[in-house]
Ligand binder design. Structure first.
Ligand code: FAD
Length: 472
């Protein structure tokens, strides 16, 4: 280890854990605190915007290759009172996988086997470090797919998706990750291995601990194996674009989808500033087609009938509707996933609020007021099919010092959270609480509710071994 610039808070304890693991389990891969692991200090949501200096050091990281190795690591860390941060690919946006130098990161990178695929049971059994896209590449020749599709699907792990109950575009039709998880093997804080849930779709024996672990952000245990639900690849897919004359017209138009018997797999909404921003960044001309866009994907049998019926409903709602070719549809989905970016230096706060679908209009309607009150810009694309907005609160930096970030950005963001809560929404639809949204979480959950969550945490992890300071 060379070039270190800072010392861990408890170098002794973490070094003891690394030493004990190496001595008793020579086959286990463990990296000590050092420069090689500096990327493990942060996840995507908490990483500094500029590259870390070359001398920056990171936490110790263990790379187990079996559930038994995870159990060993947990027992040894527990004996030395060193807390553990479970980590998948580190693409989280809330700080859930960020680690300090007095912690041990347990990476699932080497737990990456697809153990079994059963077309007859409609399940796959996988280790947590399998990348979402790799599972789907494996399933494609079998005519099957795993539905949860966070935009990070090419880089994030199934374990991370489970621990964050990840959403994605297809949630409108197929539900969030929770709807695709049947059974989990989890290493608990005492080093024991427990299986929860069932390989069958049905199963109601006892409390639903599977749901408790899904979305628990690594604070209750380490998922070491998952049985996930598969679905047949649809016989056809079709993209429909519906451009409306204004943002509010587009939001009204969403009702025609909700009330239609045609139920799309994906329903995304772009307001006027979002279309303008995509055009500026991606050199497209979407704004010339309308001031807001509802982008829909249909799939399954009867695709022409579905297309005709939904197009008629959207046209009646005032949209200019196009059933896109496969090529143009693909290009539009690429713009949804990767089409936005900065064309000028700006301060930025991203949000992940979700509201009942019928209240989306109420939230967008408040953007202008927030812009005026806090002197910021506010716009949002939404997973409109499930009421999940991703607002961007921005302010051009201009000639100012980039480090001199105005407090008004966070004040506007907090006000927007309050607006979402007032209409029955939540502070996070899919990215989780992690470290960055804990104050907002407290605005949503009552003291009794928070106490109940802490009691559950204490019951499973009384010493606070897993991911302290995160999620609850
Ligand atoms: C470009 C981009 C697009 C994104 N799009 C979406 C999106 O559309 N929808 C969405 O929901 N999210 C999205 N995200 C956020 C992120 O990709 C998801 O939260 C993802 O599920 C995290 O997976 P990961 O493997 O990177 O987990 P990590 O970031 O490594 O970990 C996330 C959390 O899970 C815990 N964890 C990880 N593995 C385990 C395990 N085996 N057992 C227990 N706990 C574990 C960690 O401790 C942490 O709390 C996006 C991120 C990026 C960078």
């Amino acid at each position: 280890m060379s070039g270190t610039t800072e010392a861990p808070t408890h170098p002794g304890r973490v070094a003891e854990v690394v030493g004990a693991l190496r001595q008793a389990h020579p086959g286990l891969e463990v990296c000590p605190t050092g420069t090689a692991t500096r990327a493990f200090r942060f996840d995507t949501g908490t990483a500094p915007s500029s590259e870390q200096p070359s001398g920056t050091i990171g936490p110790a990281v263990a790379f187990p290759a079996s559930a038994a190795e995870v159990q060993t690591i947990v027992r040894v860390a527990s004996e030395h009172n060193v807390s553990i941060v479970p980590r998948g690919a580190g693409t989280g946006l809330s700080g859930g996988a960020s680690a300090s130098l007095d912690q041990l990161v347990v990476s699932t990178e080497r737990l990456n086997r697809i153990v079994e695929v059963s077309p007859l049971d409609g399940v796959a059994v996988v280790e947590p470090g399998v990348i979402n896209a790799a599972l789907n590449a494996h399933l494609e020749p079998l005519g099957l797919f795993y539905a949860p599709d966070p935009a990070s699907w090419e880089i994030s792990t199934i374990g991370g998706n489970i621990a964050t109950n990840a959403g994605g575009l297809r949630c409108a039709g197929y539900g969030v990750t929770r709807e695709s998880v049947l059974r989990l093997d989890v290493v608990l804080a005492d080093g024991s291995l427990v299986s929860v849930g069932h390989r069958s779709v049905k199963g109601v024996n006892g409390l639903d601990l599977t749901s408790l672990f899904v979305g628990s952000e690594g604070v209750l245990g380490i998922v070491v194996r998952a049985t996930v639900r598969l679905r047949p690849v649809p016989v056809a897919r079709r993209t429909i674009s519906a451009f409306f004359p204004s943002t509010l017209d587009g939001l009204d138009g969403l009702d025609s989808i909700t009330l239609s018997p045609v139920q799309p797999t994906v329903v995304e909404f772009f307001d006027e500033p979002s279309l303008t921003a995509i055009d500026a960044f991606s050199r497209t001309a979407l704004r010339g087609r309308g001031a807001s866009l509802v982008l829909v994907e249909l799939d399954g049998y009867g695709i022409d009938e579905q297309t005709a019926d939904l197009s008629a409903a959207l046209t009646a709602a005032g949209a200019v509707v196009t059933a896109e070719t496969d090529k143009d549809g693909h290009a539009l989905w690429e713009l949804r996933r990767h089409g936005r970016g900065q064309t000028e230096p700006q301060w930025f706060v991203g949000e992940d609020i979700a509201v009942p679908k019928s209240r989306l209009r109420d939230v967008y309607s408040r953007f202008a007021e927030l812009e005026e009150r806090f002197d910021v810009r506010v716009s949002a694309v939404s997973h409109a099919g499930d009421g999940n907005l991703h607002p961007a609160i921005t302010k051009p930096i201009g000639d100012a010092d980039p480090d001199d970030r105005p407090a008004s950005l966070d004040e506007a963001a907090t006000e927007l959270v309050r607006i979402a809560l007032a209409v029955g929404g939540t502070v996070t639809g899919e990215h989780g609480i992690g470290t960055v949204k804990r104050e907002w979480a407290a605005l949503e959950l009552s003291p009794r509710h928070l106490a109940a969550q802490r009691a559950l945490k204490d019951a499973l992890d009384p010493a606070g071994l897993f991911n302290p300071g995160k999620a609850i």
